[in-house]
Design a protein around this ligand. Structure first.
Ligand code: GDP
Ligand code: IMO
Ligand code: MG
Length: 431
């Protein structure tokens, strides 16, 4: 797999960290291309749990170069804290195995403040963001007010760029929000110091990726969030502020998109969402709580309980279509071990749809609260899958469930995950 993009095919938390860590044994480079520390990617190796927010999930494999591309929004303090925490646990993060794009945008403290204030202003329409300053930082990027990582290493550059940005922010903070202004000098001093600490990692990430690929090395692009949180193709405005799928790779790394050879989506065997917004297959009551308990569905970044529902084939088909996915990895299959019956959403119903129902995701649809879903049920397998390592070891009902999803989604399911540990996978065409 000289170049492979792996993205979330639902609303995030599909198990990307676990699968990227697994696949990174065959990768020379693991590259984050969008998002920021809103991501929480869990990797469990030998009972040791690591939750990665910014550092790519290849960091636990010695010999892998982990790259943060220009499309990622980086809070330098969070990054350093993460690097320090990993180092304390014996995971080396050095310029040998970690490269940070000089063109990645910086998330400042004030972006976090503005994230919280924007949520307050949205009132009932709040998104339920992770509070990591993502939206305001990407807004500044698009408004050409943002600062990039390379701006932190020179006092002249930092002060010049920050003066303009802080001027605009202070007008906003003081006049709109009635809040205390940002102290420019304090910010310059604080971020210059952070710039010094991250300086050894900074470089031309795009060139490094292109050169490595040209030299025959394999590159794994690690998506964050998920297809339905994509700024353009997700459930806008209840989305994040970046392009989460394969389209994010070209802009977020400087790697030519036509050179991405394989695209794989990751979906849970059911579905979760954190934060507000449409979630057609969402369950309520004891069934939802059961999925949450069995799947330990609490946010890796914010600790919030995740909303839980059945696998939504309409939604996953949309993710596959928008990204041209060649295949799907299905995770958390073991979470369904105890269920008598397992359902899958197969179509949406609403009077707006021709004939009253649709099997195709209704882009542009807005009346989510009036939507009804049509689902089908199958008997569960009622046996533990966590020790299965081959397709043949799976009970027939579990095989049937996977084949059913495969038929509904229309692409091969190339790997199954049956537990959070690195080795708890069943390869089916993806190693
Ligand atoms: P990510 O953001 O896509 O990397 O996913 P998260 O790490 O936020 O959430 C996935 C959760 O599921 C984590 O707690 C993982 O340890 C866990 N996990 C991953 N794969 C499996 C699996 O196959 N079975 C079970 N039971 N848990 C899994
Ligand atoms: P990983 O990479 C799940 C959600 C937030 C909120 C919306 C916007 O671990 O899958 P933001 O802070 O990005 O402005 O919040 O997106 N969200 C995630 N949900 N997993 C994530 O990342 C998420 N990152 C953001 O809950 O609804
Ligand atoms: Mg997560």
């Amino acid at each position: 797999m000289p170049s492979l993009c792996v993205f979330g095919a639902q609303w995030g938390d599909e198990g990307k960290g676990k699968i990227i860590d697994r696949l990174s044994r065959n990768a020379d480079l693991v590259v984050r291309y969008q998002g920021g520390a809103n991501a929480g990617h869990t990797v469990i190796v030998g009972g040791e749990k690591y939750v990665l927010h910014l550092v790519p999930s290849g960091v636990l494999r010695p010999g892998t170069l982990n790259v943060i591309g220009n499309g990622v929004a980086v809070d330098p303090l969070t990054l350093l804290e993460e690097i320090d925490a990993l180092t304390d646990r014996g995971v080396s993060v050095t310029p040998e195995n970690f490269l940070l794009s000089s063109s990645a945008h910086v998330i400042f403290d004030f972006h976090r403040r503005l994230d919280a204030l924007a949520e307050r202003w949205r009132g009932d329409g709040r998104i339920g963001t992770t509070g990591r300053g993502i939206g305001p930082a990407y807004a500044d990027k698009a408004a050409r007010l943002g600062l990039r990582i390379g701006d932190l290493v020179s006092e002249r550059r930092l002060r010049g760029r920050l003066t303009a940005c802080v001027g605009e922010k202070n007008a906003q903070l003081e006049r709109i929000h009635g809040e205390a202004p940002i102290d420019l000098e304090a910010a310059v001093a604080r971020y210059r110091a952070l710039g010094d600490r991250i300086a050894p990692f900074i470089g031309d990430a795009g060139a490094a990726i292109r050169d490595a690929y040209a030299a025959g090395r394999s590159v794994l692009f690690e998506g964050a969030q998920g297809a339905m949180l994509d700024l353009d193709h997700g459930t806008y405005p209840f989305v994040t502020s970046s392009n989460t799928g394969v389209a994010g790779v070209g802009v977020g790394t400087g790697f030519p998109p036509q050179k991405i050879e394989r695209v794989i989506g990751i979906a849970k065997a059911y579905c979760t969402r954190v934060g507000e917004g449409p979630f057609p297959s969402e369950l309520t009551g004891p069934l939802e709580q059961r999925l949450r308990d069995e799947g330990n569905e609490y946010g890796a970044t914010t600790g919030r309980p995740r909303r839980c529902g059945w696998f939504d084939a309409v939604q996953v088909r949309h993710a596959v279509a928008v990204n041209g996915a060649d295949g799907l990895v299905v995770t958390n299959l073991d979470v369904l071990d105890g269920f008598d019956e397992i359902e899958v959403v197969t179509s949406y119903r609403h009077t707006d749809f021709a004939g009253g129902s649709t099997e195709t995701y209704p882009t542009g649809f807005a009346a989510w609260n009036e939507l009804e879903v049509q689902s089908e049920a199958r008997a569960g397998w009622k046996a533990p899958l966590t020790a299965c390592r081959t397709w043949e070891e799976l009970p027939a009902a579990a095989q049937g469930y996977v084949q059913w999803l495969e038929a509904l989604v229309g692409v091969p399911i190339v790997m199954l995950s049956v537990g959070p540990e690195r080795d708890q996978v069943i390869p089916r065409g993806l190693e």
